[in-house]
Design a protein around this ligand. Structure first.
Ligand code: ARG
Length: 592
C-alpha cells in the first residue's frame, strides 16, 4: 500500500509509457497550489524536450490518453493543463474515500513495508561509561531510537545497539586518578546492590572525571601515566580491569535510567570492550592482506583514494604503545556484527563532526572485505544542540548539562505550563505528574526531531514546552482533544461509519486528502533517515484538524451519515497522530 499520490503516479506513469515517454516522468504529487488542484504532474515539460514538441502539446496528448484510460477515468474527476504545461488533477470523492478505507484497514495506515526480510543495525546512544551522560548524547539517542521505530514500522528487523564508549583513554585518566589518591579501595568496597552506594559512586564520578581530565590534559606526565593505565586496562590487568568492571556496571545502571526516562530503547547493550578479542585476529589478517602496515612504531591502514578532494588520513589500528583506538574498536565491531547478525544495513546515528572517522572506518572495512559491498554502511550524522546564545548548550554555570537535570528542568516547565493553561487541574497528583513527564519528554524529543538532522538547532526550553506552535506539547494536546471528543461521542452512542463521498464538504475533503498523504511523508523519513518529515506532517495534520473542528459540526450534527463520516475522520486523525508520536517514542495522555 502507499499514499494516494503513489497510486496516481502509477496510472499517469503508465500513460506516459504508452505515449513512449519515460514512465518516471509521470510522477504525481500533492499540488503546491491547493486552490487550483489537488495533485500535479510536472513531467510533461521534461517529456517535451525528449519528444521535441511543445510542452502544452505533449500535455494535451497525455490528457487525451488519460481521458480514454479506464483507470484514470475512475480516479480523476478533472484534468487540466496549467501554465507552461503542468498537469493539474482532481480526484473523485468516491476514489478518495475508497483509498482512505483501505488505509484505515491497515495497521500501519498504508505505509509501504519495504524492509521485509531485511535486518538493520542502528548504532545510537553512544554514551561513555564513567562520564555523566550529557546533551551531546541526547540527539543520537532521540534520532536513533526514532529511526529504529520507523524502520521497524517499514518491516525491517531492527537491532538498536547503544555501543558504549567503554575502552578509551578517559578510563585510564580516571583510574590513574583514583590510584594516585589512594582511593581505589573505596570503590572495591562499595556494595552495588545498595542504591545509595551506586548514587555515591555516580556523584563521585561526575565530580572527579572533569577535574582529572583537565589535570591530565595540562600535564604530559600525568597523561602518559593515564595512557599506560589505559593499556593495562585493555590488557585486562588488575586492579584496572577490576575497577573497569565496577564502573561499567554502575554506568549502565545510570544509562538505563536516563534512556528509560526518555523512552529510548536498545536491543543490545554492547560496548567497545566487547570486541577486544576480535582485534588481534582481525589485525593479523589485515597485515597478511597487506592493508595494515607498520608506520613509525604504530600500525596503520592507509585509506586515501586518488579521487579524494580532501585529505583522508590513515586509520590507526595500534598506537605506538600498543593501545587500540576508537577506529580499531569500530572496525572490530563490524567484524562482530557481520558474523553475529548478518545485517543488510548498518546505520550510525552519530554527531556530524565524526564524519571523517566513519569515512575511514567504512573504507577500511571495504578494503579488508569485512563488510561486503551489498551491505550498506551509513553515517546519519546530526548537528549540534545549541543554547539560546547559539553556542553548544550548557548549564548556567557553564558546565555540561546532564541529561537527568535537563529532564528535570523540562518537567518543572511542563508543570508550570499545565498550571498556566488550567489543564490537568482536577486530576490526582500522581496522574498530573505522569502527564507533566509526558509533556516534558515530548517537548525535548519533538524539538529535536522536527529539525533537519544535519542542522544545528537552538534548545529553548521556554518555547518548546508551549502548547502552541510546532512543539511536542501542542501535538499531545491536539491528540487529547480528539480523544475527549471521541469519548463524548461514545457516551452519546454515536458511531463512526465509512467516510461518505456525498458528505464531503471542502474542509472534510481537505482533511481526507491529507490523511491519504501520510505514507509519502513516512517514506521520505525512511529514505533519508529524517524524522523531521514525520513531524512536519504531524503539525500539518494537527492544524488541518483544528480548521476542520472549528467549522464542522461533529457531535451536534443531526445527519447521522455526515456525523458518522466525520467521526471516522476524527478517528483516523487520532490514529495517525498517535502513530507518528509513537514512532517518535512519545506517549499520549488520556486526558489533561
Ligand atoms: N562514544 C562515542 C562518543 O561519545 C560515540 C559512539 C558512536 N558509535 C560508534 N560506533 N562509534 O563520541
Amino acid at each position: 500500500m502507499s499514499a494516494l499520490a503513489d497510486k496516481l503516479t502509477e496510472i499517469v506513469g503508465n500513460v506516459f509509457e504508452a505515449a513512449e515517454l519515460p514512465q518516471d516522468l509521470g510522477l504525481v504529487r500533492v499540488s503546491d497550489r491547493p486552490d487550483l488542484a489537488q495533485f500535479q504532474c510536472n513531467g510533461a515539460m521534461a517529456a517535451a524536450k525528449i519528444a521535441k514538441k511543445s510542452p502544452r502539446d505533449v500535455a494535451a496528448d497525455l490528457i487525451a490518453r488519460l481521458e480514454a484510460d479506464p483507470q484514470a477515468q475512475s480516479a480523476f474527476s478533472r484534468i487540466e493543463i496549467a501554465g507552461p504545461g503542468f498537469l493539474n488533477f482532481h480526484v473523485h470523492d468516491a476514489y478518495l474515500c475508497a483509498h482512505l478505507k483501505e488505509i484505515a484497514g491497515d495497521e500501519t495506515l498504508g505505509v509501504e513495508r519495504t524492509g521485509q526480510d531485511k535486518t538493520v543495525i542502528l548504532d545510537y546512544g553512544g554514551s561513555n561509561i564513567a562520564k555523566p551522560m550529557h546533551v551531546g548524547h541526547l540527539r543520537s539517542a532521540i534520532i536513533g531510537d526514532t529511526m529504529r521505530r520507523v524502520m521497524a514500522e517499514a518491516g525491517f528487523k531492527t537491532l538498536g545497539d547503544v555501543h558504549m564508549g567503554d575502552w578509551g583513554t578517559h578510563l585510564g585518566i580516571l583510574f590513574s586518578d583514583y590510584l594516585r589518591h589512594d582511593e581505589a579501595d573505596w570503590i572495591f568496597k562499595l556494595d552495588l546492590s545498595n542504591p545509595d552506594a551506586v548514587q555515591e559512586l555516580f556523584d563521585d564520578l561526575s565530580e572527579r572525571y572533569p577535574q582529572a581530565s583537565a589535570t591530565a590534559k595540562a600535564d604530559p606526565d600525568l597523561m602518559a601515566e593515564a595512557q599506560a593505565t589505559t593499556l593495562k586496562m585493555q590488557r585486562r590487568e588488575d586492579p584496572y580491569y577490576a575497577m573497569w568492571k565496577i564502573i561499567r556496571d554502575v554506568s549502565i545502571i545510570g544509562m538505563k535510567a536516563n534512556y528509560g526516562l526518555l523512552n529510548v530503547h536498545f536491543d543490545l547493550w554492547k560496548g567497545e570492550a566487547d570486541v577486544h578479542d576480535l582485534i588481534p585476529p582481525m589485525v593479523e589478517k589485515m597485515k597478511d592482506q597487506g592493508y595494515a602496515i607498520p608506520d613509525e612504531g604504530a600500525l596503520i591502514v592507509p585509506v586515501k583514494r586518488n579521487d579524494d578532494t580532501k585529505e583522508v588520513p590513515p586509520l590507526i589500528m595500534y598506537k605506538r604503545d600498543g593501545g587500540v583506538m576508537y577506529g580499531t574498536t569500530d572496525l572490530a565491531t563490524l567484524v562482530e556484527r557481520m558474523s553475529l547478525y548478518a545485517p543488510d544495513r548498518i546505520i550510525y546515528v552519530v554527531d556530524q563532526r565524526q564524519h571523517l572517522h566513519f569515512e575511514q572506518v567504512f573504507r577500511a572495512a571495504r578494503l579488508a572485505g569485512i563488510v561486503p559491498d551489498d551491505v550498506e554502511l551509513i553515517h546519519a550524522g546530526f548537528g549540534t544542540m545549541n543554547g539560546p546564545d547559539g553556542k553548544p548548550f550548557k548549564t548556567r554555570a557553564g558546565g555540561v548539562m546532564r541529561l537527568g537535570d535537563l529532564i528535570e528542568m523540562a518537567r518543572d516547565k511542563a508543570r508550570q505550563r499545565l498550571e498556566d493553561a488550567h489543564l490537568a487541574r482536577d486530576l490526582f497528583e500522581k496522574e498530573r505528574e505522569e502527564i507533566a513527564h509526558m509533556i516534558a519528554v515530548a517537548a525535548i524529543k519533538f524539538a529535536d526531531l522536527q529539525n533537519q538532522r544535519q542542522s544545528d538547532y537552538i534548545f529553548d526550553l521556554d518555547r518548546l514546552t508551549q502548547f502552541e506552535g510546532k512543539t511536542g506539547p501542542y501535538h499531545l494536546y491536539q491528540a487529547v482533544r480528539i480523544k475527549s471528543l471521541l469519548r463524548k461521542a461514545a457516551r452519546e452512542e454515536f458511531v463512526s461509519s465509512d467516510i461518505a463521498p456525498d458528505a464531503l464538504t471542502d474542509v472534510d475533503r481537505s482533511l481526507a486528502l491529507l490523511l491519504a498523504d501520510y505514507p509519502s511523508y513516512f517514506a521520505a523519513s525512511l529514505k533519508h533517515y529524517a524524522p523531521h518529515h514525520l513531524c512536519e506532517y504531524a503539525f500539518k495534520l494537527a492544524q488541518e484538524f483544528s480548521s476542520f473542528y472549528g467549522v464542522c459540526h461533529i457531535l451536534s450534527e443531526k445527519d447521522a451519515t455526515l456525523r458518522g463520516s466525520r467521526l471516522r475522520l476524527c478517528e483516523m486523525t487520532l490514529r495517525t497522530l498517535e502513530r507518528i508520536l509513537g514512532l517518535c517514542g512519545l506517549d499520549v495522555p488520556e486526558r489533561m
